[in-house]
Write a protein that binds this ligand. Structure first.
Ligand SMILES: [Zn+2]
Length: 164
């Protein structure tokens, strides 16, 4: 005797509250949130300056010290984003790129916004400056870069402000 199996399904929602740590890189996010400072790290042995910060130098594995970097930099490579997650859908199209901050030897992947976004505005070699959200939570989305010639317009908007 065999009876065909029939499963009974109920649609439901799982909601999860959780927290995670930024570990050794926490200082970067705390300084970003509280003081609008962009911290990199400098290797205690070879002197290489890392941005994003590395707690240990990725070249020689020695400890690195925190250093404050300038909030201006140069685009090394970029693209325009047309497809994204729900978190950024209102911002499309926007740029993303690797930006080498002045004083750093490595580049940071970050958003590049422009009021007139065309490829020539965010191409390699263009100078950019960091703009900060007034409401910061200690995440990478607390700041973004804009072309230097648009900086004053961006920081005059009510939701954004200049760095230090
Ligand atoms: Zn090193």
């Amino acid at each position: 005797m065999s009876e065909e199996f029939q499963d009974h399904q109920i649609r439901d929602v799982i909601k999860i509250n959780y927290k995670y740590t930024m570990g050794g890189q926490s200082k970067f996010f705390i300084e970003l949130k509280n003081n609008k400072r962009l911290l990199g790290t400098k290797c205690t042995k070879c002197g290489k300056t890392w941005m994003p910060p590395r707690i240990n130098c990725s070249d020689c594995y020695e400890p690195a010290d925190w250093v404050e970097l300038k909030q201006t930099g140069t685009i090394e490579v970029s693209t325009i984003v047309w497809y994204t997650t729900s978190a950024f859908i209102k911002a499309i199209p926007y740029g993303v790129g690797y930006i080498r901050l002045d004083g750093a030897e490595t580049a940071l992947l970050q958003g590049i916004f422009s009021e007139n976004l065309v490829p020539s505005k965010i191409k390699k070699g263009k100078r950019v400056k960091a703009v900060f959200n007034k409401r910061r939570v200690g995440k990478m989305t607390d700041f973004f870069f804009v072309p230097e010639d648009e900086y004053d317009n961006w920081i005059s908007k009510p939701e954004y402000e200049e760095g230090v």
